[in-house]
Design a protein around this ligand. Structure first.
Ligand code: HEC
Ligand code: HEC
Length: 375
């Protein structure tokens, strides 16, 4: 078995985890009735206290507020972002722990990982309507961000489902609750992807509150002027609400698509595209080295046990093992990830097709070839 999510390795552990999720839902809802979510006010209430409509529509307006103005109820992961919760959530995401309401330090969320080892918290795609890793690499090269296996947490509150497509196919019931609820996705990823502990309810609240502060804003969408005019008119005309929401939603992906990669049939040769060594080097630096560089002083560095750098020794080791179907083969780890081992247990998450393209893997090979002077 190979894994991307931590996935403790044994089926029993995964099953226990599912029971845990079920048990948790049951605990919140002893009556067995559909649990009234305190964060999910009835639609009338959400409409009764709408955010103030900026005039004309401000590019800084958040998608969350705009959708409410256009008649939609807040989603179930809505939480009023109070200053305390925002601070706590930001601290958990960016530095792994926070202080509770009484000022006591919380336990670290994970001994091995920060959320930001695998997710950035900024925009990473030039066009929010497509998940194109080649365009993303250009974008992160300009903005100086890393190129990571998890999608950005920026705008994650604006999505409609999580752990999509092949994550559902591969992990089934383990990720089903997370597919349907961002609250469950955060809870799952903290425990499984991050190999951390189960977060407490207030910690998940805090993370959600903070995530609502890094959402997509109107100006981030490349909407044509006619759509912007339509939206501005729609705010005060309920008959236009549905169409306006549709135009807004068309400006970005409602869910991050996720399809498993396949390793090249001939691992020595790669996928057969002409590789670009310059882009390959950029990928190596923004992706592989972000996690593998030996400099443990970098707060983003994964606490792993496999240091890489751009020396010929590092590269020739990777190149030599390229056909290997063990963890030493880079096709192997990019496609399948590794299982957790070491102290603290660290593993490499796999990249999906949407997170790394075949072309990029061939670019990486071209950089190894160029740097090592091999054919
Ligand atoms: C070791 C890597 C890793 C760490 C650490 C990690 N994640 Fe993830 N996370 C992933 C991967 C891989 C996915 C699935 C791919 C994706 O982003 O859709 C994922 C998915 C998610 C999703 C669903 C995104 C979506 O749209 O499908 C959320 C939300 C999330 N993680 C939150 C967090 C939070 C919060 C933390 C820190 C507590 C965290 N993750 C830590 C790797 C990681
Ligand atoms: C999100 C962080 C992350 C990224 C990005 C990443 N790795 Fe990893 N990788 C890890 C971790 C963590 C491990 C397992 C622990 C370790 O050995 O350090 C690992 C393991 C490996 C291993 C297996 C080592 C062994 O002996 O088991 C190889 C080879 C490897 N990575 C190569 C790469 C290459 C090449 C890239 C770039 C395409 C890359 N990694 C990108 C985090 C990452």
């Amino acid at each position: 078995m190979t894994h991307c999510l931590k996935v403790t390795g044994v089926a029993a552990a995964s099953l226990a985890f599912v029971f845990l999720l079920v048990g948790r839902a049951a605990a919140q809802d002893p009556s067995g009735d559909p649990a009234p979510d305190p964060q999910d006010p009835p639609a009338e209430e959400a409409v009764a206290e709408p955010p103030v409509a900026p005039e004309p529509l401000d590019p800084e307006s958040t998608l969350g507020d705009l959708l409410v103005l256009l008649g939609e109820a807040r989603p179930s992961h809505w939480i009023e972002p109070t200053p305390d919760r925002i601070r706590q959530g930001g601290e958990i995401v960016l530095s792994g722990r926070t202080t509770d309401d009484d000022g006591r330090p919380s336990k670290v969320a994970s001994p091995g990982f920060l959320c930001t080892d695998c997710h950035t918290v900024d925009r990473e795609d030039p066009d929010l309507r497509v998940a194109d890793p080649d365009a993303r690499l250009d974008y992160v090269m300009q903005t100086g961000q890393p190129f990571l296996p998890g999608t950005t947490l920026w705008g994650v509150v604006n999505r409609r489902s999580w752990f999509n497509d092949d994550y559902i196919k591969k992990y089934g019931t383990l990720v089903k609750p997370a597919n349907e609820s961002l609250r469950e996705a955060v809870f799952l990823c903290a425990a499984e992807c991050s190999q951390g502990r189960l977060l407490l309810d207030w910690e998940v609240d805090a993370i959600l509150a903070w995530l609502w502060t890094v959402q997509i804003r109107l100006g981030d969408l490349d909407l044509p002027q006619q759509d912007l005019d339509f939206l501005a008119a729609a705010v005060t005309d309920p008959a236009m609400h549905e169409e306006a929401r549709a135009r807004l939603q068309a400006g970005f992906l409602p869910a991050a698509p996720a399809h498993l990669r396949t390793a090249p049939a001939d691992r020595s040769a790669g996928y057969g595209n002409v590789g670009d060594p310059v882009r390959g080097e950029a990928l190596y630096r923004t992706s592989c080295l972000t996690c593998h560089q030996a400099d443990k002083g970098d707060p983003r560095g994964v606490r792993g046990t496999f240091p890489l750098d751009d020396s010929k020794a590092s590269l020739s080791m990777l190149w030599r093992n390229r056909a290997s179907t063990t963890n030493l083969g880079f096709h192997q780890v990019i496609t399948h990830g590794t299982r957790p081992y070491g102290v603290p247990m660290a593993y490499m998450p796999f990249f999906t097709q949407e997170r790394m393209s075949d072309q990029q893997v061939d670019d990486l090979m071209a950089w190894f070839r160029a740097r090592l002077g091999v054919q």
